[in-house]
Design a protein around this ligand. Sequence first.
Ligand code: NAP
Length: 254
Amino acid sequence: MEKPFKDKTALITGSSRGIGKAIARAMSCLGSNVIVNYTKQGGSSEQQAKALSAEIESLGCKSLIIRADISSRDEVKDMFSKITSSFDSLDFLILNAARAPFKPIEKLFERELRMLVEVNLFGNIYCFQQALPLLEKSQGRIVFISSLGSRFYNPSYPLGIMKSAMEAVIRDLSCSLSERGINANAVCGGIVKTDSFKVLRQVWEGIERIPDELIVEPEEIADTVTFLCSPQSRGIKGQTIVVDRGLSNRVYHF
Ligand SMILES: NC(=O)c1ccc[n+]([C@@H]2O[C@H](COP(=O)([O-])OP(=O)(O)OC[C@H]3O[C@@H](n4cnc5c(N)ncnc54)[C@H](OP(=O)(O)O)[C@@H]3O)[C@@H](O)[C@H]2O)c1
């Protein structure tokens, strides 16, 4: 049976590890070519990106690794030059990369505040601006990865502010771009045990008490992303779908 995303191409920002990696795998399982992006030069990120890229190619899909810091407009421009010279189209833009200090807002240094905004708001907008002509040609999809911090208080989690802002950006884009045939949605994930969880558990007393059955697997986020990239989700526009195993339905603390 032909794979539904055959001959399509996805850029997944921050896909060397964690949730981005699970999304890259899920997209390639459905036949999509994948651009794997990460930012840290050398070391384990680069190695993980190479291993992931080899895995994607073993499924018969094309894969390109691009090291680029999305908070740099120039690096994002370079990334898109590489994409256009290697692929005929870009069909899916998955805005997954994030980096943020884990500390209370009142304790943020100016450089941390800048990093928060520059990676998680500017960076996503730079990517989207560069992707726009390509997505218009392919009538493509944008999916942003948000978190529960967009709507609930999480201790030492200023990233939540940027997640709220980006959910609003997605809502805006879905309206302003609909005439151009581009659709945008978001997936708001619950707690996922990736590398960032290791930091979160140091600042969020009680997070360890959340029962295992309420911990989300990266693949559960990835499956919702592939759904939002599929024609079956064509009626969903500008929405944020919560994938948290029902954690946010519970009003008590653990
Ligand atoms: N973990 C959770 O509980 C959770 C829950 C809900 C939503 N989310 C969201 O899901 C997404 C992925 O989270 P995760 O936990 O999988 O993160 P992670 O394990 O910390 O991985 C982050 C990825 O983003 C990349 N990245 C960071 N800054 C970047 C930049 N400036 N430019 C390009 N790439 C950059 C990293 O690259 P390097 O490897 O080079 O550093 C890495 O590939 C984030 O948006 C996060 O907010 C996470």
